[in-house]
Design a protein around this ligand. Structure first.
Ligand code: SF4
Ligand code: SF4
Length: 151
């Protein structure tokens, strides 16, 4: 092999080593997920939660505005009247059924923006992987936040 050919082969290899050496001292950009997690942006929108008032009553009044605003048509709501004997929300109505098909959701947050009571919110839980298609149909029971213990 001639000297000129050897020079052509060695040059990119040495350039590569040079780039590697230059970056050795720098802070790593990769992290050991899932042992380490990055801080998320404050306006991150991931998994939906149906929230409650401090009293424990559900914020959702079953109005379906979220379903109407959803561009992916992945929210389904059925509503009924509260009674004095059975009260779920402070208003007249509550959602008897609330479902989100997470396989269709594009996490745009329009449902959150459309909700008049702040019931549906997208929070920071992003680990939504699952094995079966039916496990991506989130029911009201899965979405509703647990009743907080009063101090
Ligand atoms: S985040 Fe967007 S796509 Fe997902 S349920 Fe809400 S409105 Fe629909
Ligand atoms: S989550 Fe909000 S917009 Fe959707 S049905 Fe309930 S109250 Fe209405």
């Amino acid at each position: 092999m001639s000297f000129e050919v050897m020079k052509d082969v060695a040059k990119p290899i040495l350039t590569g080593f040079g780039i590697t050496a230059k970056r050795l001292g720098r802070k790593k950009v990769t992290i050991q997920y899932p042992l380490e997690r990055r801080e998320q942006y404050t306006r991150t929108r991931w998994r939906h939660v149906l929230t409650r008032y401090d009293s424990g009553l559900e914020r959702c009044i079953g109005c379906s505005l979220c379903a109407g605003a959803c561009p992916a048509r992945c929210i389904y709501v059925e509503a009924d009247e509260n009674t004095d004997e059975q009260r779920f929300s402070p208003g007249e109505r509550y959602a008897t059924r609330y479902e989100i098909n997470m396989l269709r959701c594009i996490f745009c947050g329009y449902c959150q923006d459309a909700c008049p009571t702040g019931a549906i919110v997208l929070r920071k839980d992003f680990e939504l992987a699952n094995y079966e298609r039916e496990d991506f149909l989130y029911t009201k029971e899965m979405l509703l936040e647990p009743i907080r213990e009063m101090a």
